[in-house]
Write a protein that binds this ligand. Structure first.
Ligand SMILES: *Cc1c(COP(=O)(O)O)cnc(C)c1O
Length: 461
């Protein structure tokens, strides 16, 4: 008889293991103090469960490790490049395939070729490196998230969508001639790893065609997005995820990817498009900054691992396990009364720290305080997405409270098992019972640019 088990099993078995730190509370207390209450300054060796990021932290498969040995390290025309190129061409349908060492390198090459002062780039939401690369050229990056996307607690199937109407008003206001490109980030990383629907992509495609604007996709998590479409969008229930992903790409004029996410490699990325003139400009910068056309800042073996990873990630058993395990953690947290971005995203769970820790004053870094408590109580490393990361300050240099005050638990791919996740849930239950004891923080020292990476803090008086 067919039956559906409740237990999520990892659709792989373990071939190589890496020990993780098992520390005492006293050790963690000392480590946290030494790191000035900033988890970025903790040595990874003192972390039990590392949820800092899902970027480049995935576990490669035996097939990927095997492919490394097949790497052709020829400077020009390496066999590994052609394998990689074929994989990306089949997936995306684009003609010009440009490898780059990671996502932000692809972004730098693209925006330096297309953007300058006086122009605007529009998006559902620019990821922070995307925004930084747009702004570096003097252009402005403008976000148009869907209505309700910032209403963290209220569930909706596609909170990653763009607000197409708001985009159109903006185009009419600023003039389409000043807007060369629209970026759809799939999934929407800045807003909780929420998916974008095919319907929304089609509407944005129509809008861009109407005004002669190029549509590019930022596809770090393309497979997770395609899987959400299959699960949640009418008409896609029976379509293979691979076909859905292909359909997404075929709505666009180009795309790029940080392959450190859904290609499950430790380093890598690419940029792809059909426009020959634009790609020629991009290739000039590629050669200047990254390397020759057939390796783009990577080793031949990295290109092999990417080609294998891009195929493996579309395995629906893998995607079911991936999305189900993020959801399992998110649902357990909701059950424990912890306010999260609901529903949980593809690659992580985001906690609304302001709501979870109302006793900590908004100017005492509630989200950073929660990351410290998570480490102290459970050896778990997470990241603050709040006033420290956004870094807005008044004229005296005092940090100002931000609209978003979140903690992100980003889950590396194929790294942790269900019992690791159960442990994390237990830490949260314990923390929730004692959360009034969590103290706010104050700044000791903070850099002007990207302060969250290096800031030093201490418990607030
Ligand atoms: C990670 C990421 C990038 C940047 O890629 P890197 O590989 O970290 O340089 C760009 N866009 C999105 C959506 C990302 O998640």
């Amino acid at each position: 008889m067919e039956w559906k088990p409740k237990t999520i099993i990892e659709p792989f078995k373990i071939k190589a293991v890496e020990p993780i730190a098992m520390t005492s509370r006293a050790e963690r207390e000392a480590a946290l103090k030494k790191a000035f209450y900033n988890p970025f300054s903790l040595p990874a060796e003192k972390v039990t469960i590392d949820f800092l990021t899902d970027s480049g932290t995935g576990a490669m498969s035996a097939a990927q490790w095997g492919a490394l040995m097949n790497g052709d390290e020829s400077y020009a025309g390496a066999r590994s490049y052609y394998r990689f190129e074929k994989t990306v061409k089949d997936l995306t349908g684009f003609e010009e395939i440009i490898p780059a060492h990671q996502g932000r390198a692809a972004e730098k090459i693209l925006f330096q070729s297309i953007a300058r002062k006086g122009i605007y780039i529009i998006s559902n939401s620019h990821f922070d490196t995307t925004r930084a690369n747009v702004e570096y050229t003097g252009a402005e990056a403008v976000d148009f998230p869907a209505e309700g996307a910032l209403d963290w607690g209220k569930p909706a199937p596609f909170k990653g969508n763009a607000n197409v109407q708001a985009m159109e008003s903006f185009i009419k206001d600023k003039g389409a001639e000043n807007i060369p490109l629209c970026v759809m980030t799939v999934t929407n990383n800045s807003l909780g790893g929420q998916p974008v629907s095919m319907q929304n992509l089609k509407e944005v495609r129509a809008l861009c065609s109407k005004y002669g604007i190029k549509l590019f996709l930022d596809t770090a998590r393309f497979a997770e997005n395609a899987y959400f479409i299959k699960m949640r969008e009418k008409g896609y229930e029976n379509k293979p995820v691979r076909e859905i992903a292909k359909e997404m790409y075929r709505l666009a004029d180009g795309a790029w990817q940080s392959s450190k996410k859904d290609a499950i490699v430790n380093i890598g990325g690419w940029l792809a498009m059909n426009d020959k003139e634009l790609s020629a400009k991009c290739r000039q910068l590629l050669i200047l900054m990254e390397g020759f056309n057939t390796y783009g800042g990577l080793a031949g073996r990295d290109l092999e691992a990417m080609a294998v990873g891009l195929d493996e990630v579309l395995d629906e058993n893998y995607l079911h396990y991936r999305i189900a395990s993020t959801e399992y953690l998110g649902n357990a947290m909701l059950k424990a009364g912890i306010p999260i971005i609901n529903p949980p995203g593809g690659h992580g769970v985001y906690i609304d720290a302001k709501k979870y820790l109302p006793h900590i004053k908004p100017d005492q870094f509630p989200a950073q305080a929660l990351t410290c408590a998570l480490y102290l109580e459970g050896g778990i490393r997470a990241v603050e997405i709040g006033m420290l990361m956004f870094g807005k300050r008044d004229s005296s240099g005092k940090f100002l409270p931000a609209d978003m005050e979140l903690v992100r638990l980003a889950i590396p791919r194929r790294v942790y098992t269900k019992s690791h996740i159960d442990y994390v849930i237990e830490v949260f239950e314990h923390l929730t019972a004692h959360k009034e004891e969590i103290q706010g923080l104050e700044i000791v020292e903070a850099a002007k640019i990207l302060p969250h990476f290096t800031a030093k803090l201490k418990p607030a008086k």
